[in-house]
Each structure stands twice: as structure tokens, then as C-alpha cells.
Design a protein around this ligand. Sequence first.
Ligand code: PXP
Length: 238
Amino acid sequence: MAQLGVNVDHVATVRQARGTSEPDPVTAAALAELGGADSITVHLREDRRHIQDRDVRVLRQTLKTRLNLEMANTREMLEFALQVRPDSVCLVPERRQELTTEGGLDVLHQELELQPTVNRLQAEGIVVSLFVDPDPAQIEAARRTGAAAIEIHTGTYCDAPTALRAQSELAKIAAGVQLGRELGLIVNAGHGLNYRNVTPVVALGGIEEFNIGHSIIARALLVGMERAVREMAELVRR
Ligand code: PXP
């Protein structure tokens, strides 16, 4: 059975919009665990646009499940990860101007830079996964870095403009999962998955963990809205 990792970055996005202390992604993570999350993911970005260093440190102390830290392959992030010691690290490409991670790592052209980071983290018992497109050459390169895992980028499948394109992207994911497993890698998947498009990917089998953020946070906002307004209306009308 596949596991679910919940990404709470966008709880922090709402907090940062006001520069206050709520909503706290640490509280959201605890509730996600109560709801059945198998792990919690946060992306500490170079520009600190949502998750802050404090969030990762407090999550490390409070989580009952696993902490998966998404980060770019930089010296600053490596030192931070070695200090905080998440259970796993997912290395992702990062561009300041992007709204969200736009695709997988170009492992083929960054093997030499990635390998020392993978080795250093895994020597400390931190499982490393590389976020890659479902491209056989990238998956093979990921294997050569010594990383224990890959996370297959599902964004192109999720954003496919037609059902036909979605089918062909799904076939690429299926082939990527198969290749990753043949190479002995742990295969995870994520990006852009929501309540409508996740089922065909789950049905492929062979994916150990799905990392899902935006759609869960967006839904939580809506399914919780009614109660939040009712409680405030009671206070106002008292
Ligand atoms: N996996 C990776 C590597 C990501 O960068 C992200 C987005 O932060 C996710 C999964 C989750 O994507 P989404 O928020 O679209 O579910």
C-alpha cells in the first residue's frame, strides 16, 4: 500500500502573507498526522517565502511520523539539513522567479555536484531522493549518484491539456516507476496531484510514497470554512 506524505508549505504561505504567527504549519502538520499522513514534507526555499528555519526545527521535535525536507543542493541547505537531521531529504531544482518547482533536476548534467551531497547526507542516515522527470536517462543518472530514492515529477501529467496527453504522460510515469524499481531505487511521486488525478497514478502500483500539498491545503481551507465562519458569527451575534 502506498504512503501519503503531506506538504504543509502553503499553510506557511498564508501565515507569511500577514507576517503573523498563524496559521502555524506545525499545528497543521500535527492535524495532518491525526488525519493519517505517513510523513510531513516542507520545502525550505532559499528566499524563505513560506517555510522558515524555525518551522523545520520545531517539526523535527514534534512530528510523530517522518520529516521529509525538500531543498536545493546548496552549501547553506546542506549544513542546515545536517544540523536538523530530517528523516529524508528530497533534492529539487530551485529558481527564485518560479511560483513552484517547475520540473525535475537535471541530474545528467549535475551528477558531480549532487554526488557529494547525497553521500554526505546518507552517511548521516538521512535517506536522499532526487526529484526527477520520468525520463530514463535522468533516472539512470540518479541511480549513479548513489541516492536511495527518486521522486518522479508528476506535474506534466497533472497539467496535461487533453486526456490523450495525460495518458501518454501517465505511460511515461509507469515506465519511470518500473525502471526505478529495476535499478533498486525507492520510487516516490508528486507535484500537482489532486483528488481527481491521483487515482490512475496510484493504480500503476510500485510507488512507495505520494507527496501532495497544494490540493490538500486548498481543500482543507474550503471544508473548514463553514465551521470557521459559524464560530465567528456566534461571537459577533452574541
Ligand atoms: N514534490 C516536490 C518535489 C515538490 O517540489 C512539491 C511542491 O512543493 C510537491 C511534491 C507537492 O506538490 P503539490 O503542492 O503540487 O502537491
